[in-house]
Unconditional design. Structure first.
Lengths: 521, 137
C-alpha cells in the first residue's frame, strides 16, 4: 500500500523485515524484489507523489565546480528517474579492472557478476535482450558502420521508454501486501541497537509538520541517491555525533559524474553520412526499441595509452555560424533588413569555416557536406577531494544541507584530448571526413563541460574498509545490518549511464538479503 | 585500363617502394612505359582545372579543402606534396593514379600521426600544405 507520513501516528513505530530509505530506481527495485521473496518491506520516500517546491527545496545546497545541486536530481516519488533520458548500455570489462594508471580503480565484484544482474534488470528498464555492439543492429535497423580501426568500438545504447519507476511500478507498490510505501517521510536519524554502533535498530522519520515516528527492521538500506546517501550519514555523524561504519572519513568522498562537451565538428560527405548508422542521431528504431550509436575507445587502447573511458556521439547539426548565415540570407531574400544582424555577423565570423562550406554548397562549388557535432562523454575518476560535505545551512527538517565540490583529475581531461585526436585521425584515415577541434589539447574542452547528473562514488564499494564505505555485498564496512545501494556505491563509473546498473545492483542486494534472512530463520 | 605499375628498376632492387616513390620514379622517366596518359588527353581547361576537379573528388573521402569549401586553387600544391610531382609530371598520369596517390599519402599520414591542426581542422600533412597555402599562411 501507499500512504503518507501524516497517516502515521506521531511516536508510533512501524516494523518490517527491511526498511528501504528512498523510492527511486534503487529503492523501488529492491522493494519489489524483497516483497516477491516474502519479506515485509517498509519503503520510505521523502518526497510526494509529484514534484513540489517544498520538497525540492530540501535538495538545495552549495555547489563548487559543478552543476547546481538543486536541479541535478529530483526529490519525489520515483526520484531522479523522473527526468531520466533513458540511455542504457552496459559497462565495459575494463571498467571493473584495477587500472594501475587510475588510483583506486577496480570493483570488488566482477563484470560477469554484474552483467548477470544487468540481464535480469532488462525488463525493469524495459529494454530488449539484444546486444550493444552496433554490428548486432545494423542489419535490423539499417545503416552502415564506419570503417574504423580496432582502436574504436562502435556500440549502441538502447533507449528505455524511459521507465519512470514510480509511475511504472506504482500499482505493484500499491497492491503488494508486503510493501508499505510511505510518502512525505524524511529520515533524520539512524539509531543503533547496540553500544558499538554496529547494528541499526530503527530510523527516525520526520513528517512535514515536524512530528516524528520510527521504523524498526532487521535490515536497513539507504537508497537515497549519490548525494543524499552520503549526506544522511554525514548528518547523523555531525548532528547526532554518531559515526557509523568502519570508514566514516571516506563517506562523501570520491564524488564522480560523467563529464561531457561538444568537443569538435566532423565534416563528411552527405551521402556517406546518410548511409551510416549515425543518421538520424535520435536513433534508429526496431519495433518499439530505439538505439543510438556511439563510438567508444577500446579497452586495449585505454590500456596502451593509460586513459580513462571516453565515448563519442555524433549529433547532426548546423553550427551557430551557419544558422546566423541562414537567418541573414533568409531575411534578405524576403527583402527584410536582418533583425539580428549585429549578433549574426559575430556568429558567422566565429564559425567562418562552416559558413564558407555552407555557402560553397549553395553555390554548387562543393559537394553537400554533413556536419556532426562530436560530443564526448567521459569517465571522471576517483578523487578524495571531490566530495559531498555538509554546508552550514539547514533544511526544513533541521538537517545540514549538502555541499558539493567537484574536482577533476588531470587524467580525466587528458583522456578526452587524446581520444578525440585519435578519433580525428581515424576518421581521416578512413576517408570519412575531417574533424575540427576548437580547443587547445590541454583540457581546455572542460571550460564548456556539461554534466551527466549521475552522482556516483560517495559511499564507494571496496574489498577493504580503508578503500571504501561498503563491501561487495553493499553492507557498510563495520556494520551488521546497514546497507547502501544506488550509484553512490560505484567505485568507478565508466562512460555509460547508471540507472540500469543501479537496478541490477539492487537485484543483487535482494539476493543477498534474502539469503541472510533465510540463514537467520 | 589495366597497367603494369611495376617499374623494372625497383623490381630488380627488390625494394618495396611507396606509390609516391613509384610515381616519382615514373615521372623521372625510369618507367615511362607504365605512364600512358598523355597530356593531350586532358580535359579542356588544362591541368590546373583537372587537379581542382580531382581534388574535389578525392577517392575515399574528401580533402579538408573540399570539406570546408576552401578554394582549391592550390590543388597543385596538394598534388606536389602527395605525389612528389610537379604539374607537368602529374599531367602524364591518369586520374586514378593521381587520386590514388593523394589518397594513399593522406591515409598514410593520418595513420602515422603526421597531422596538424590548421584553423582547428585535424589534417594530414599533404592537406596541411594546401590549406596553409590557400589560407595565405
Amino acid at each position: 500500500m501507499i500512504i503518507t507520513a501524516e497517516g502515521i501516528d506521531p511516536g508510533s513505530e512501524l516494523t518490517g523485515d527491511v526498511c528501504i530509505v528512498g523510492a527511486g530506481a534503487a529503492g523501488i527495485t529492491l522493494a519489489r524484489e524483497m516483497a516477491a521473496g516474502g519479506a515485509k518491506v517498509i519503503l520510505l520516500e521523502a518526497g510526494e507523489e509529484e514534484f513540489t517546491d517544498e520538497s525540492q527545496d530540501v535538495y538545495d545546497g552549495e555547489s563548487q565546480g559543478y552543476a547546481p545541486i538543486y536541479s541535478s536530481r529530483l526529490r519525489y516519488f520515483g526520484g531522479t528517474t523522473n527526468h531520466w533520458s533513458g540511455y542504457c548500455r552496459p559497462y565495459n570489462r575494463i571498467d571493473f579492472e584495477a587500472r594501475d594508471w587510475i588510483p583506486r580503480s577496480g570493483w570488488p565484484i566482477t563484470y560477469d557478476t554484474l552483467f548477470g544482474y544487468l540481464d535480469k534488470a532488462r525488463p525493469l528498464v524495459e529494454i530488449t535482450d539484444r546486444g550493444f555492439h552496433a554490428e548486432d543492429w545494423v542489419e535490423a535497423v539499417g545503416g552502415e558502420l564506419f570503417p574504423l580501426p580496432d582502436t574504436f568500438v562502435q556500440s549502441v545504447s538502447q533507449l528505455s521508454p524511459p521507465t519512470r519507476f514510480a509511475e511504472r511500478y506504482r500499482d505493484d507498490l500499491e497492491t503488494t501486501g508486503a510493501i508499505t510505501c510511505v510518502l512525505r517521510a524524511s529520515v533524520v536519524d539512524l539509531e543503533p541497537a547496540d553500544e558499538g554502533n554496529r547494528r541499526i535498530g530503527r530510523v527516525t522519520v520526520q513528517r512535514y509538520d515536524n512530528e516524528t515516528f520510527t521504523v524498526a527492521a532487521r535490515f536497513f538500506v539507504l537508497a537515497l541517491g549519490g548525494v543524499e546517501n552520503a549526506r544522511l550519514l554525514l548528518a547523523v555523524r555531525t548532528v547526532k555525533d554518531r559515526a557509523l561504519g568502519a570508514s566514516p572519513d571516506l563517506v562523501g568522498r570520491f564524488f564522480m559524474d560523467h563529464v561531457g562537451a561538444d568537443v569538435g565538428v566532423l565534416a563528411m560527405p552527405m551521402a556517406a553520412a546518410e548511409a551510416s548508422i549515425y543518421l538520424p542521431w535520435k536513433g534508429r528504431q526496431l519495433g518499439d526499441t530505439v538505439v543510438v550509436p556511439a563510438i567508444e575507445t577500446s579497452d586495449d587502447f585505454q590500456r596502451e595509452h593509460k586513459l580513462t573511458n571516453v565515448n563519442f556521439t555524433l549529433i547532426p547539426g548546423q553550427s551557430y555560424g551557419i544558422r546566423a548565415f541562414r537567418r541573414i540570407a533568409g531575411d534578405l531574400e524576403r527583402f527584410k533588413w536582418p533583425q539580428t544582424l549585429d549578433r549574426d555577423i559575430v556568429g558567422m565570423f566565429s564559425n567562418f569555416d562552416d559558413v564558407l562550406s555552407h555557402a560553397g554548397e549553395k553555390l554548387g562549388m562543393s559537394d553537400a557536406t554533413m556536419h556532426f557535432y562530436v560530443r564526448a562523454i567521459a569517465e571522471s575518476t576517483p578523487n578524495p577531494d571531490s566530495r559531498v560535505s555538509l554546508d552550514t545551512g539547514t533544511d526544513r527538517f533541521g538537517m545540514p544541507r549538502a555541499r558539493l565540490d567537484f574536482r577533476a583529475n588531470d587524467i580525466d581531461l587528458h583522456s578526452v584530448d587524446v581520444s578525440l585526436m585519435t578519433l580525428a585521425q581515424a576518421l581521416g584515415e578512413a576517408g570519412l571526413g575531417r574533424v575540427k577541434i576548437d580547443f587547445e589539447p590541454n583540457g581546455q574542452w572542460s571550460d564548456s563541460v556539461e554534466w551527466g547528473y549521475h552522482h556516483c562514488g560517495t559511499t564507494r564499494m571496496s574489498a577493504a574498509a580503508e578503500d571504501g564505505v561498503v563491501d561487495a555485498d553493499l553492507r557498510m564496512h563495520g556494520m551488521d545490518n546497514l546497507y547502501v545501494t544506488g550509484s553512490s556505491v560505484f567505485p568507478t563509473i565508466g562512460a555509460t549511464t547508471p540507472t540500469w546498473p543501479i537496478a541490477a545492483l539492487s537485484l543483487r542486494l535482494a539476493d543477498h538479503l534474502r539469503e541472510r534472512m533465510s540463514n537467520d530463520s | 585500363m589495366t597497367r603494369d605499375k611495376t617499374p623494372t628498376a625497383t623490381a630488380t632492387a627488390g625494394a618495396a617502394l611507396s606509390r609516391r616513390a613509384v610515381l616519382a620514379a615514373g615521372a623521372a622517366g625510369a618507367v615511362a612505359a607504365t605512364v600512358t596518359a598523355p597530356a593531350a588527353a586532358l580535359p579542356a581547361g588544362g591541368s590546373e582545372d583537372r587537379l581542382r576537379r580531382l581534388c574535389r573528388t578525392l577517392a575515399g573521402g574528401r580533402s579538408a579543402a573540399a570539406a570546408v569549401a576552401w578554394p582549391v586553387a592550390s590543388a597543385e600544391a596538394l598534388c606536389r606534396e602527395a605525389t612528389g610531382l610537379d604539374l607537368g609530371a602529374v599531367a602524364k598520369l591518369s586520374d586514378a593514379e593521381v587520386l590514388a596517390a593523394i589518397a594513399d599519402e593522406t591515409r598514410r599520414a593520418f595513420r602515422a600521426g603526421q597531422v596538424a591542426r590548421v584553423g582547428g581542422w585535424v589534417l594530414a600533412r599533404p592537406e596541411t600544405a594546401v590549406y596553409r597555402l590557400a589560407a595565405g599562411a
